[in-house]
Design a protein around this ligand. Structure first.
Ligand SMILES: [Zn+2]
Length: 158
């Protein structure tokens, strides 16, 4: 059996076993690649988390205003929603800097292109949100287009 065929089979079997989780989780082992610059990744994660906090805050303030019939709280909620849209726009520009050194696509940006078989995705999130979450929690991302794992903390090739 040719080697390429064997690898393809093992990946599809693993995808069937999981369910809500698609693809393979990124890791920080010795064969993980390193990124060119890691600061854009941390900046993108920070902007993403603050945008999420703004969204929750705007929903909370808006529903509080509706519940208390407080017009000022409703306006504050709408203003916070506008700030969330602005932060999402900031994240869009910040994600432009997180280009993959191998395939030149963005790690943190969604696109309509077909995804790699190993592209990692946890059910309620999109591919880019999953990448942001793994970057925040595990400091590694898997490129959704070429399927290669990148270690954000790696400095030298071992
Ligand atoms: Zn890539």
């Amino acid at each position: 059996m040719p080697v390429k065929h064997r690898i393809r089979n093992s990946v599809t079997r693993e995808q069937k076993q999981r369910g809500l989780i698609q693809g393979k989780a990124p890791h920080r082992e010795h064969n993980a690649h390193k990124v060119l610059r890691k600061w854009p990744y941390y900046r993108g994660v920070l902007i993403w988390i603050s945008a999420l906090a703004l969204l929750f805050l705007s929903v909370a303030v808006f529903s509080f205003g509706v519940w208390q019939k407080d017009k000022q709280a409703i306006y504050a909620g709408i203003a916070l929603f506008g700030a969330w849209v602005f932060m999402k726009l900031m994240f869009f520009f910040a994600s432009k800097a997180t280009t993959c050194p191998l395939c030149r696509a963005n790690h943190f940006a969604n696109s309509r292109s077909s995804k790699h078989k190993k592209a990692f995705k946890v059910f309620p999130f999109s591919y880019s949100s999953t990448a942001v979450i793994t970057a925040a929690l595990k400091r590694c991302v898997r490129c959704m287009h070429c399927g290669v794992t990148f270690d954000l903390t790696k400095k030298y090739r071992k």
